[in-house]
Design a protein around this ligand. Structure first.
Ligand code: NDP
Length: 342
């Protein structure tokens, strides 16, 4: 089998040298374990954080360790009564052609119910993240205005579509004219601004204010950086900010050196939260999987009916995963980034 391990820790943007493709023996499932041949694996922004040796909500990938990833594939050997060869399953199988996990860490999939790749995006962790963040912390009300960046990605597109269904005005922010067109035409956003077209937060804020004539009630935070700076002064009193991610700063090492470049200073941020009575909620979705069945019950039928749409960007070959991952961090993906492994 093949796997990609973390060869060294990146300093800023990851490079090819940070990854190593290895060929190793196929693991044999032990008692209660299941061996899966992965068909598709997910690439997600959180993986950048796992490459740093920094204190966070999850342990870093050790040097020489297999890069973490969710994947879907076919069971090829099983020592569990819950799985048999030929079953399809999702699990944290890593950047690898195969993975061996205890049965309780795998979720069975029914390929007859739709493409198995959906378990990595729209009906998997990212889609669930958008749904949970919006419903638990965004608390949308019809007539309000929501802004979300990374608007065509699996989190942003879920947030925007759910907010539209709930009767909100939805303004997206995305990288490039093509993605903005997708946000409005495919996902039904009311407007979308191209953050790459603005030299600074001030000019972005001016157009955002025009796109949000009644101010912003919910800012679903996916990116930080220039977008956050543009949005914060436009928040309405009692606005809500679910903090889901801050990808604009991931290559700066989370709270590392690059964070000092942030033009919005701490006192300013606090002042905005104070004087606008904002509710700001950080969350990590792995703590909330008790709500996953509720999400599937509500959203899976909407995906099946086409009421909620999704885009996938599928790269081919495990060896091309590092390049696809680097591209994802810079917005090179259009829709959920997946790697096809067979
Ligand atoms: P996407 O597939 O949308 O990919 C990331 C996108 O971020 C890129 O395509 C790009 O979109 C955008 N981006 C990158 N750099 C910048 C920048 N400097 N400024 C503005 N936008 C930028 O990712 P996901 O939908 O999977 O994830 C979205 C966010 O949600 C991420 O921050 C992620 O870490 C977070 N997340 C958090 C979870 C949690 O538990 N809290 C769980 C899952 C995701 P574009 O080209 O449109 O700018």
């Amino acid at each position: 089998m093949q796997r990609i391990v973390l060869a060294s820790r990146p300093d800023g943007e990851p490079t090819d040298d940070n990854f190593r493709l290895e060929t190793v023996d196929l693991p044999q499932p032990g008692e209660g374990e299941v061996l899966v041949k992965s068909h598709y694996m997910s690439l997600d922004p959180y993986m950048r954080g796992r490459m740093d040796d920094a204190k966070s909500y999850a342990a870093p990938v050790p040097i020489g360790g297999t890069m973490e990833a969710g994947a879907v594939g076919e069971v090829i050997a099983s020592n569990s009564p819950h799985f048999k060869p030929g079953d399809f399953a999702f699990g944290m199988l890593g950047w690898a052609s195969h993975g061996c996990l205890p049965a309780k860490e795998l979720r069975k999939l029914d390929p007859a119910q739709g493409p198995i790749t959906a378990a990595l995006g729209v009906l998997g962790m990212p889609g669930f993240t958008g749904w949970h963040g919006l419903t638990a912390y965004g608390r949308p009300e019809a007539g309000e205005t929501l802004v979300v960046a990374a608007a065509t990605g699996p989190v942003g597109s879920m947030v925007g579509q759910l907010a539209k269904l709930a009767g909100l005005r939805v303004v997206g922010i995305a990288g490039g004219a093509d993605k903005c067109k997708l946000a409005t035409e495919t996902f039904g956003f009311d407007a979308c601004l191209d953050h790459r077209a603005y030299a600074d937060a001030k000019s972005l804020r001016k157009d955002l204010a025009e796109a949000c004539p009644k101010g912003i009630d919910i800012y679903f935070e996916n990116v930080g950086g220039k977008v956050l700076e543009a949005v914060l002064p436009l928040m309405n009193p009692h606005g809500r900010i679910p903090i889901c991610g801050m990808i604009a700063w991931y290559n700066a090492g989370g709270l590392g050196a690059g964070a000092s470049d942030v033009a919005l200073t701490g006192p300013n941020i606090w002042r905005n939260i104070l004087v606008k009575f904002l509710s700001v909620n950080g969350f990590i979705i792995s703590n909330h999987f008790d709500r996953y069945p509720e999400f599937l019950k509500e959203v899976a039928p909407k995906v099946a009916s086409g009421e909620i749409r999704f885009l996938e960007d599928i790269a081919t070959g495990l060896e091309n995963a590092p390049e696809a991952f680097r591209s994802l961090l810079k917005g090179g993906n259009t829709g959920k980034q997946i790697v096809k492994l067979i």
